[in-house]
Design a protein around this ligand. Structure first.
Ligand SMILES: [Zn+2]
Length: 196
């Protein structure tokens, strides 16, 4: 009898231990599965981002609100002329909102220096509807000027087709880039996390 009792007790304890041992393991397994599912879901969301309308990008940079201030560079103006696009309307078609093209002193000086080949671009730049920004720096090199401005104030979109300038701007969070594509302008979001 004593033997039987001990045997039963041991069996019960054994079962309990096994349950206690199994339970958290099962729980962890479930947790792991849930995490994996969450992760998979997260990955799906990340993959979906490029399909979302580019205009949604602006929700990340609260300093950027319509009417958008667009710093236009020399190169963007010449591409606009080549593609026979109208600066302001093409810009508004791209951003679905009011925009204000901005011409800095150095961009204007660059265009003046480039000669007769850029006379139409220069004429567009001189349009009195656009905002003009005074430059304090020496020389007419506009790239450094534009980079400097967007580093200090996150209120601009930079419009350029220059590969080097685009690369520099992409490193600055919260600054969208506009470029001339076939028959229209494109707006590009940054690959890194924009500032909030
Ligand atoms: Zn400048």
């Amino acid at each position: 009898m004593t033997l039987d009792c001990t045997y039963m007790e041991n069996t019960i304890i054994g079962t309990c231990n096994q349950l206690a041992y199994n339970y958290p393991r099962k729980k962890n397994q479930d947790k792991g599965e849930v995490e994996a599912k969450k992760k998979a879901k997260g990955n799906e969301i990340v993959r979906e981002i490029p399909q979302v309308s580019s205009s949604l990008f602006f929700q990340y940079n609260t300093a950027l609100t319509p009417p958008y201030s667009v710093l236009v560079d020399t190169n963007f103006l010449s591409h606009t002329v080549q593609s026979k696009l109208e600066l302001l309307t093409t810009m508004m078609d791209c951003l679905y909102s009011k925009c204000s093209p901005i011409i800095t002193d150095c961009v204007m000086a660059e265009l003046e220096k480039l000669g007769p080949k850029y006379r139409i671009a220069l004429r567009i730049a001189r349009d009195e509807r656009w905002e003009r920004l005074k430059c304090q720096h020496k020389g007419v090199y506009a790239d450094d000027c534009l980079v400097d401005r967007v580093m200090k104030h996150k209120i601009y979109i930079v419009a350029t087709n220059d590969r080097d300038l685009k690369r520099r701007i992409r490193k600055i969070p919260g600054v969208p880039i506009m470029s001339v594509a076939r028959g229209k302008y494109l707006i590009e979001r940054l690959p890194d996390a924009p500032e909030k």
